[in-house]
Write a protein that binds this ligand. Structure first.
Ligand code: SRM
Ligand code: SF4
Length: 565
């Protein structure tokens, strides 16, 4: 906190000249691989984070060298859609200027890691040359809008995706700073003063996330969004959206004033009212959100502070109309459907499993090269999912055999013979790049999964679909509070074991044990798997069983989705 009433970051934003700061000068400074600390905060609004390789920290400190500074860049890809040409551009940028790997994120876009300061501008410019921006992929603004995948399954899916893309574009910041710094657009001088009509000069108090789900699939975890939109499709027609507000996962260990919260359903809007409704939710958060304590600045805390009915009334006052009553909907699951599916237009879509979303070439598993080979022949689109997987979408029937051959050749066909838990596992990035990681996550998953599979096999549960989510800290980037089983990092090798979410993203889990090591985690799970195998009702999911059987402690907060009548 600063001496003033607002946090220091609010001052940085206010003084940034609409996100310019001194980023351009910092990039040009050859003396250090880093940029100024305040600029680093602004850089996020441009889609990039300064990081350092934490594996090398100690050794470099001993050698009296500055940390191994490097930059992460996140693309803004609404709905996770990109063309084969764009895929090839990212593949090239990753190999030329980044760590040689691509990472599909839990918000269905690409992240590249390990870019040096001297290469940052050309890497971002190369993405833009492929018509993909990184603007507002991070920062206190509306981020990448996510959408249920496979929009081509029906015309209504397609419309829902189109709305996600429209929202993403409409809610982008208007400053030209991005174009000046990364694309060499001339400084705006002498003309009309620049404006941020929606955000104002200090943008939002905190990050803001929107997602569009098309039931029965909740693959985006719509209730984890600040603004979740549930497409209502009746008789094959998109009628509008149920509006859910105040979702968010982030929490801090030992601070009960922070917590994960599921978005509350407050009404329904027809398509023509959607943009204005999204704007009004953002405006309300802009004006009412906590700008003193960033810990409490997300929309979920604004809503809990003033109360859900009062927030809805505030929203309707700004809109000048009342939301309609929410309409019935039903979610079945929040995982991905692997393998081939056929759309209503006769085109085909192949969902491939990518462990932790990491596309790399490792011995016997040339995943990056495999997707490149597919991109070289594929004529449709790629769609990334919020479960960190990829869909080779829009394939004509005659092209399927060729894609299948490339999939088999590059060991991308793992999904055909995987256990249920492996198919439903997500892990956040964590070490070595994430500055907030307390424990391993992505790098731990490959070691943990065989141990869990051995236990499940022993109890005859190997094919049972179970949602597993790993996070290296309580910020919750893998949405761990929605895992039937979740590990949330506390320290190296130690995690909170959380259990009991449902299979469709409508109920949060709760901690069974805190700060335990792997041996204890496996012991706890072994006992619970044994009970599940012996006592479950037909078709009962693991999370539901744990709740019904009373195996879990009472929750400390509301854990089910609330609907305002
Ligand atoms: Fe996240 C911060 C990675 C999805 C909640 N997240 C970070 C940072 C940038 C660490 C930092 O601030 O220094 C991580 C960079 C790690 C690295 O080395 O790349 C990071 N978050 C990720 C990604 C890459 C995880 C992944 O493995 O895929 C996801 C990128 C999404 C994207 O493409 O935009 C990612 N982060 C999420 C999600 C999931 C979602 O949105 O569906 C959440 C939970 C939902 C939510 O926002 O509440 C999430 N990330 C956070 C938080 C906690 C925010 C809070 O309200 O407390 C932080 C920390 C912060 O903002 O201070 C954070
Ligand atoms: Fe980093 Fe924590 Fe997010 Fe994992 S959950 S990527 S450790 S901030």
């Amino acid at each position: 906190m600063s001496d003033g009433a607002v946090s220091h970051l609010e001052e940085i934003k206010a003084n940034s000249r609409l996100l310019r700061g001194t980023i351009a000068a910092g990039l040009a400074d050859p003396v250090t691989g880093a940029i100024d600390e305040d600029d680093n905060k602004l850089l996020k609004f441009h889609g990039s984070y300064q990081q350092d390789d934490r594996d090398l920290r100690e050794e470099r400190r001993r050698q009296k060298l500055e940390p191994a500074y490097q930059f992460m860049v996140r693309a803004r890809l609404a709905g996770g859609v990109l063309s084969p040409a764009q895929w090839l551009a990212f593949d090239r940028i990753a190999r030329e200027w980044a760590s040689g790997t691509l990472r599909i994120t839990t918000r269905q876009t690409f992240q590249l890691h390990g870019i040096l300061k001297r290469d940052l501008k050309r890497a971002i410019a190369a993405m833009n040359a492929a018509l993909v921006s990184t603007v507002a992929a991070c920062g206190d603004v509306n981020r990448n809008v996510v959408a249920s995948t496979n929009p081509r399954l029906s015309a209504a899916h397609r419309q829902a995706y189109d709305w996600a893309a429209t929202l993403s574009e409409h809610l982008k910041p208007k400053t030209r700073a991005y174009h000046e710094i990364w694309l060499d657009e001339r400084l705006v001088a002498g003309g009309e003063p620049e404006q941020e009509p929606l955000y104002g000069p200090t943008y939002l108090p905190r990050k803001f996330k929107i997602g569009v789900a098309v039931p029965p699939l909740n693959d985006i975890d719509v209730f984890a969004q600040d603004l979740g939109l549930i497409a209502i499709v009746e008789d094959g027609e998109l009628r509008g959206f149920n509006v859910a507000v105040g979702g968010g996962m982030g929490a801090t260990h030992g601070d009960p004033s922070t917590y994960p919260r599921l978005a509350s359903v407050i009404g329904f809007v027809p398509p023509e009212q959607l943009l204005r409704t999204a704007e009004a939710v953002i405006e309300a958060q802009r004006d009412l959100g906590d700008r003193r304590e960033r810990q409490h600045a997300r929309l979920k805390y604004t809503i809990d502070r003033i109360g859900l009915p009062a927030f809805k009334a505030e929203l309707e006052r700004r809109l000048g109309f009342a939301l309609q009553p929410s309409r019935p909907y039903r979610f079945e699951h929040n995982g991905d459907r692997y393998g081939w599916t056929e759309g209503t237009d006769g085109r085909w879509h192949l969902t491939l499993h990518v462990e932790s979303g990491r596309l790399a070439d490792t011995p016997g598993r040339p995943l990056l090269s495999g997707l490149r080979a597919i991109a070289e022949v594929h004529q449709g689109e790629f769609r990334m999912t919020c479960n960190q997987n990829v869909i080779v979408a829009d394939v004509p029937a005659g092209q399927r055999a060729r894609i299948d051959a490339l999939v088999a050749q590059h060991a991308l066909d793992g999904y055909l013979k995987q256990s249920g838990i492996r198919r439903h596992a997500i892990a956040c990035v964590a070490l070595p790049t994430c500055g907030l990681a307390m424990a391993e996550s992505e790098r731990y998953l490959p070691a943990l999964l065989p141990k869990l599979e051995a236990l499940l096999d022993r109890h005859g549960l190997l094919d049972e679909p179970i949602l597993l989510r790993l996070s290296g800290c309580p910020n919750g980037c893998s949405r761990p509070y929605l895992g039937e089983i979740a590990l949330v990092g506390r320290a190296v090798g130690r995690y909170d074991l959380r259990l009991g979410a449902d299979f469709a993203g409508r109920r949060l889990n709760r901690a069974l044990r805190e700060n335990i090591d792997e041996a204890e985690i496996l012991r706890e799970l072994d006992a619970l798997f044994a009970r599940y195998a012996a006592e479950r009702a037909p078709d009962e999911r693991f999370g539901d069983f744990l709740v019904r059987s009373g195996a879990l402690p009472a929750p400390r907060h509301a854990i089910e989705v609330e609907t305002l009548a």
